[in-house]
Design a binder for this molecule. Sequence first.
Ligand SMILES: NC(=O)C1=CN([C@@H]2O[C@H](COP(=O)(O)OP(=O)(O)OC[C@H]3O[C@@H](n4cnc5c(N)ncnc54)[C@H](O)[C@@H]3O)[C@@H](O)[C@H]2O)C=CC1
Ligand SMILES: O=C(O)C(=O)COP(=O)(O)O
Length: 527
Amino acid sequence: MTKPKILISDKMDPRAAEVFRERGCEVDEITGKTPEELMAIIGDYDGLAIRSSTTVTEEILAAATNLKVVGRAGIGVDNVNIPAASARGVVVMNTPFGNSITTAEHAIALMFALARQLPEADTSTQAGKWEKNRFMGVELTGKTLGLIGAGNIGGIVASRALGLKMKVVAFDPFLTPERAVEMGIEKVDLDGLLSRADFITLHTPLTDDTRNILSKENLAKTKKGVRIINCARGGLIDEAALKEALDSGHVAGAALDVFAKEPAKESPLFGTPNFICTPHLGASTNEAQVNVAIQVAEQLSDYLVNGGVTNALNMPSLSAEEAPKLKPYMALAENLGTLLGQLNAQEIESIAIEVEGAAAELNIKPITGAVLAGLMRRYSDTVNMVNAPYLAKERGLNVAEVRHEREGDYHTLLRVTAKTSEGEKSVAGTLFANKAPRLVEIFGIKVEADLAGHMLYIVNEDAPGFIGSIGSTLGEAGLNIGTFHLGRRNAGGEAVLLLSIDSPIEEAVLWNVCKLPGVKTVKALNF
Ligand SMILES: NC(=O)C1=CN([C@@H]2O[C@H](COP(=O)(O)OP(=O)(O)OC[C@H]3O[C@@H](n4cnc5c(N)ncnc54)[C@H](O)[C@@H]3O)[C@@H](O)[C@H]2O)C=CC1
Ligand SMILES: O=C(O)C(=O)COP(=O)(O)O
């Protein structure tokens, strides 16, 4: 097997490259490229490892013809176009916990820096001014900290703030009252937070709902003298409105680690009294960077080498133990989907994916992804198990997953049924020796076959001499039959023939087969 190729396009701890190599990948570390330069090289790579400096746009994904996975060594993925990645079948992963303590500590550090004006005091003192009377601070003990966003980082900030004897209130629509009690904080609405908080710290992702959450209007609702900290994402605060509020003295101080436009080499906020900033350093500690570098390299190589999926934002997780067990099922699922997709000419309204026996014990989501990928292969060359569920949803295809507890004829069975205007059409397969995918039924007729390469599917009336005439028709066309599989509904009734053929089957041959007496359907299939 050729080694998966990884591009590390942002500055990352050297452990990332080491882990990639230890786990069987080739790695190039090429940082600081422009989007055009990145587009020129990305086509060579199976995996891309990034931090926040690389923006993975639709154009970059279009140029990334071999790309299978993007790994964010960190938390925020607003620099990755996830819908475009999903549409192209590229998995996007992050490392959701590796830098959260470090980022929470940065928020606390900025809160102290604001409370005691540390940067200005430092600059003044080192300038020989000794302005002891200029720098009067505020105490944190007893003050109210308002958290906007109480997830991982917000939760850690809360625990540290409680340790500092602050009162913590939080606005987070997804925070349950029980969790708030567990965290020792008070759940409030946004207006309640704005009116009560002495310090506000933001810890939400940047989404359509959170963009400008501290807008001019909301800043006006804050308590006079509030101090604001943002270590989450630029774009959560209206920077122009913040500048006005600092100038007017309504906001007593603000500390930003993140800016709407990064790198922020200029800003109207620069130079404003009581304004502090750092260049997106929230995650920048040795500990956090080692954590996220190792995690991203483990996750990406696991996916590319073994098919394990961890912390993916656009597909279900699949552990390293599950992945090898599921592998033959995915091949079977994809084959059954491909078979159904090729045999059915009608619009499919819904698909049911049923598992029984050993298959019922498994994670069904990846099996569903593989069935849908096979099914939609005839519409798209780029469909795979990652983007197939999204494409299916886009097309309004209803997908049902059914797990049967019952014992059937096979130790393990996967059945895929399509509902069309002509009724239900179903194909089923099993695994031989737990590893070899094998078709066992087409449209209610038992036929056992390996689905591989070029195949010919024929439905005919069961009659003596038919097999001989097929043999001669194909022989006359110079086609060699590899395997021959036969099934029938009942003696003299409808019969199904599945032949594997050593070379592609020309249209003219299909016509000749069609003309044989008793033939109802002929189709060339490819797997
Ligand atoms: N400055 C830096 O270097 C770093 C910044 N970050 C950023 O910190 C942010 C938070 O990270 P985590 O705590 O790990 O994420 P998380 O997903 O654990 O928590 C986010 C919280 O925001 C809440 N939320 C979502 N929409 C909301 C809304 N409209 N109003 C209020 N709350 C809302 C969610 O319910 C969730 O509890 C992310 O944007 C991440 O990118 C993360 C690491 C480093
Ligand atoms: O993890 C995050 O969301 C961060 O913002 C950290 O960004 P960085 O990796 O330091 O560029």
